[in-house]
Design a binder for this molecule. Structure first.
Ligand code: BGC
Ligand code: BGC
Length: 687
């Protein structure tokens, strides 16, 4: 308990004044109009009840406050929830249901209303700066403001720590999920989840919006890299491992302790199946076929997440047969909360409530809440949203039961996560700052990078394979600017929402990693443009995609190709190798990309091809395999077509000749395959 009695009375009075002002302007709850604080105080004391349009009776005046009834940690969670709920006004309940963006609300407002949650959107850092100390100070101020509210309900702070605490400068950044999927190492993913949780907790934040549980079917989708693979059962396995890491094992004492964070299973549901892979698009499917897909595939990752103890689920922007997921009561309520037995809460996506049907904001809110959205990520319009929830209840379009259900779920999760016992700037939090971005986490990320590499081509040149020749080379030319670019290798969701090229955070580039690993007798030369000289005896050219997220990553088949600047480097390599009389040295391509990219016109020129995905800050992990003792272990979890125009039909029978690399592909340095069916046979390029 942070506030004294006097203070809490003052807050109660403030609250009543606010409500009275609300009812005067016609949008508050139904109470006698008065601005006389003494009259209001009397009403509060007599706990007068009001009747709403739905005919139910409930008091909206602040109830006599006895915090001991819910602050007693020895009590059962459900008991604490009910005790607290019974002391809340409708306004306070609505406030718990909101999640503004941190930059769109101030401390006073947080205390005044008792806001349930805030988020930092992609790249939304504290005003003071972007170091771990800036974040910790900022988050803890917000936490304190929530404790200063009448009820003192702790606030939940959420952030997209999707591959590390990636918004914060100098955090350890891990491979995006597509790379972790390729590594196929549950234990590793679990360890990463735990390490990410520690770096999030170092900033005071208790909730990450991860992992994504999509199983993308169409890599034209800009979020393909957020998925572990194209198969739902595989995603279920990896997603559950990540959740165990973030939250701690459900059956252990570590579960949701102060070293762990709440995870989010997102985005529910069907996002990887939209037409043409369009972000926020529509899943168009015969109802019966959808029902089969739902039961046999789509629910698997969510069921596994719930079994692993996930307590929050984020609804998806996409629609299913024209109906926005945020207003799909069948899927959010009947399936998720009913059939799958989810007892945590559903959070809406960023302003997504504004996209559902309804002729005005209130109708959109009503449709979302009635469908099953419990907490609304209404980032700037949170105040209006709060008022509309209250008004909707008073006009009877949202029932009080539904509000209580939503708030009960939110409070339940807060109690379970130990928020009511949380110490601001506690010992654990401060000790975690010491290991933030430190050697231990970076070593783990480096391991993940090396495990995620997938070798897709490894031609024999004479007696040896391209990779063997590279490892023995005394003079390696590293080509292309992407070889020395932390921003590119991290991809989207790094420091800023979209991510960007360049020196955006601390880490080791691919080039630096190779330089670190090369023996004294080995020269690593670097040419951005790809100029081969007579001294080189192997070329490693780094190509791929520049950072993007969400819709900006959506592609058409015609532009899911390698970039023009990369093509130019490849041309230069060819020309200069010829001029230098070095046409026979191996050219090995290393691709940094969030998905399979069309390389039909380049593949023949490569003696080797390594898919490195979006590996994050620890470029040393690449050199550990290419120049070191580590063997490749990654395999493709996506089907890679010759041409992106064939993606839509890639799973259809009879289209095998349109596939460049089948799922499961992955080679070793000697050219043999990792799994029995992982051999790569590059067929004829289709016409
Ligand atoms: C994304 C979510 C993310 C949220 C908060 C949305 O645009 O779809 O994945 O968690 O923003 O940043
Ligand atoms: C935020 C992201 C969010 C996106 C949604 C951006 O401004 O930083 O977190 O996902 O908006 O459109």
């Amino acid at each position: 308990m942070r506030i004294g009695r006097k203070n809490s009375r003052f807050m109660a009075m403030m609250m009543m004044l606010t409500m009275a002002a609300g009812s005067l302007s016609g949008c508050g709850s139904q109470k006698p109009e008065s601005t006389n604080t003494e009259v209001l105080q009397e009403q509060a004391d007599s706990s007068e009840t009001t009747t709403n349009a739905g005919g139910e009776t409930e008091s909206d005046e602040p109830q006599p406050l006895d915090k001991s009834l819910y602050m007693d940690a020895s009590k059962d969670v459900e008991e604490r929830v009910e005790a607290l709920l019974s002391m809340m006004t409708l306004e306070e309940k609505a406030a718990q249901m909101l999640q503004p963006e941190q930059s769109a609300i101030n401390l006073k407002e947080i205390s005044e209303y008792g806001i349930g949650s805030v988020l930092s959107g992609g790249g939304s850092a504290p005003l003071s700066g972007n170091t771990v100390d800036d974040w910790q100070a900022h988050v803890n101020e917000i936490k304190q403001a929530a404790l200063d509210s009448r009820l003192g309900i702790p606030i939940l702070y959420g952030i997209d720590a999707v591959h590390g605490n990636n918004n914060v400068y100098a955090a350890t950044v891990y491979p995006h999920n597509i790379g972790l999927g390729a590594a196929d190492d549950e234990e590793l993913v679990e360890k990463i989840g735990a390490a990410v949780a520690e770096e999030v907790r170092a900033t005071g934040i208790q909730w990450t919006f991860a992992p994504t549980l999509a199983n993308p079917q169409n890599e034209m989708w800009g979020r393909t890299y957020e998925g572990f693979g194209e198969d739902a059962d595989y995603v279920a396995k990896m997603g559950a491992a990540y959740i165990r890491g973030f939250q701690g094992d459900k059956d252990s004492a570590e579960y949701l302790d102060d070293k762990h964070v709440l995870a989010t299973a997102k985005h529910f549901l069907g996002e990887g199946y939209t037409t043409a892979g369009m972000n926020q698009g529509n899943v168009k499917m015969d109802e019966e076929a959808f029902e089969t897909l739902l039961r046999e595939q789509l629910v698997l990752p969510y069921q596994a997440a719930i079994d692993a103890g996930v307590r929050t689920v984020m609804a998806s922007y996409n629609s299913v047969n024209g109906l926005k997921m945020h207003e799909n009561g069948y899927l959010l309520t009947d399936v998720l909360k009913g059939d799958l037995g989810f007892s945590g809460f559903v959070i809406s996506d960023y302003n997504a409530v504004q996209q559902v049907s309804g002729s005005n904001y209130r109708e959109k809110i009503v449709n979302s809440v009635n469908a099953g959205v419990d907490m609304l990520m209404e980032v700037t319009s949170w105040k209006e949203c709060m008022d509309e929830i209250v008004a909707a209840v008073n006009e009877g379009s949202i029932s009080r039961e539904r509000i209580d259900d939503a708030v009960r779920r939110i409070l339940r999760v807060k109690f379970e996560a130990g928020l009511f016992e949380e110490e601001i700037s506690g010992t654990t939090e401060n000790s975690l700052k010491e290991i933030y971005g430190g050697d231990e986490h970076r070593a783990l990320a480096r391991q993940a990078v090396s495990e995620s590499l997938v070798l897709l081509k490894n031609d024999k040149i004479g007696e040896k394979t391209a990779m063997e020749i590279l490892a023995e080379s005394k003079n390696i030319l590293v080509a292309g600017s992407k070889a020395d670019d932390i921003g590119v290798q991290c991809g989207g969701w790094t420091i800023s929402w979209q991510g960007s090229t360049g020196n955006i955070t601390e880490g080791t580039t691919i080039l630096q990693g190779l330089q670190n690993a090369a023996g004294d007798d080995v020269t690593i030369e670097y040419s951005k443009d790809g100029e081969v000289n007579a001294g080189n005896d192997a070329v490693l050219v780094v190509i791929g995609e520049n950072p993007y997220v969400e819709t900006s990553g959506d592609r058409k088949p015609s532009n899911l190709t390698i970039m023009g600047s990369d093509k130019k480097v490849l041309d230069t390599i060819k020309e200069t190798a010829k001029a230098a009389g070095k046409e026979d040295i191996p050219v090995i391509a290393l691709m940094l990309a969030g998905r399979p990219v069309t390389i039909a016109n380049q593949i023949e020129d490569f003696d080797g091809l390594v898919m490195a995905w979006l590996p994050g800050t620890e470029g040393d992990g690449v050199a550990d395999v290419l120049l070191g003792d580590k063997e490749f272990r990654g395999t493709l979890k996506y089907t890679w077509t010759w041409d992106a125009q064939d993606i839509a039909d890639k799973f259809a029978d009879g289209n095998e000749d349109k596939i460049l690399f089948k799922k499961g592909s992955g080679l070793k340095k000697d050219g043999s395959s990792i799994s029995p069916d992982g051999t790569v046979t590059i067929g004829k390029k289709p016409e």
